[in-house]
Ligand binder design. Sequence first.
Ligand code: HGY
Ligand code: MN
Ligand code: MN
Length: 409
Amino acid sequence: VRERAQGDLLARFQEAWDELAEIGRNPEGGYDRFAWTEADRQMRAWFSRAAAERNMTLEQDRNGNLWAWWGEPGDGAIVTGSHLDSVPGGGAFDGPLGVVGSFLAVDELRSRHEESPPRAVAVVDFSDEEGARFGVACVGSRLMTGELDPDRARRLVDESGVTLAEAMRSAGVDDKLLGPDEARLSAITTYVELHIEQGRALADFDAPVGVATAIWPHGRWRLRFKGEANHAGTARLQDRHDPMLVFAAVVTAAREAAARHQCLATVGKALVHPNATNGVASSLQAWLDARAPDAETLNSVITEVRAAAEASANEQGVEFECYQESVTAAVSFNSDLRRRIVTLLGGVPEIPTGAGHDAGILSERIPTAMVFARNPTGVSHSPAERSSVEDCLAGVRALAVILEDLVWG
Ligand code: HGY
Ligand code: MN
Ligand code: MN
């Protein structure tokens, strides 16, 4: 282990990156690593191997999150990690950088400290962070804190009608055990997550790493539009009940409301039924993702989009329904911990983000911090997402400095 730890950090980063490179990669070069699929299984198997190579104790908790322990698990643990699942067509870094980086940071510490740490250090892979398959993000951490009701979680369904309970069972997780994990939570002193930056603030600061201040409140709404299937060549315009028109009104209304309120609203996913070229659609489902600096603004945006949708639905004779799938309140990361980290790292930039993270979910219960690695493209949830190897390693070194201070400081 020590030999491995003392090997070249760059070489070991590249080795890990190469091991993950082909898993869930689609023909466009993006990653499809949805929770409890074959790609996810391979990512989790990689995690198990990474733990075994380091003689770290592997554990799968009651909610399917994976833990690799250095030192005796017990009260006061310092935890670091991220997630290994992805959005459809995601980039290589969102999630994996934090998990790979955590293992490498542990290697750094082991190369400096012969003895076991005075308090346990764990690397965690939170399951189903993106919610790409079942709709709700951060399932593993939300179940752990009790923020997601286990009965509701079990009943979530994917596009093929498979429930989350079935998917987890087929991956070897006993869904009957899902639920709050107070003992585990109360044994954690601090959680720190390394993540690729998902905007381009650090590029503007000319800084390789930064620290998160806050996460905007955000949520997901499922929209249903029910019209009437009809012949594209014969149905007169005035006789149609076309859900696509209402959908189009919603997409535009979301963009306009976001611009009015200086926040973000996106319709990035839609399922059209029956999806015929020469037919008026009978129904449609779409998802609205909205994020704002405060809860009041977020509510205003949703209210305005709903009003526009209802007006258009009325005009077209289409049924419209809006269902809130998840809302995450504003997160303000622990300010003492943040100040401690900024000082340790010699005064790095502090930046807010609109992206959700397991660190945000945990911050309700334990002191939590995030370190971002610069992403000069500013693009994320896309194959174009990128961080240079130097900046990834700057992130790993920063994480090692933080963990060392938290464990030995
Ligand atoms: O922000 C998100 O969409 C997710 O939680 N990563
Ligand atoms: Mn993401
Ligand atoms: Mn992420």
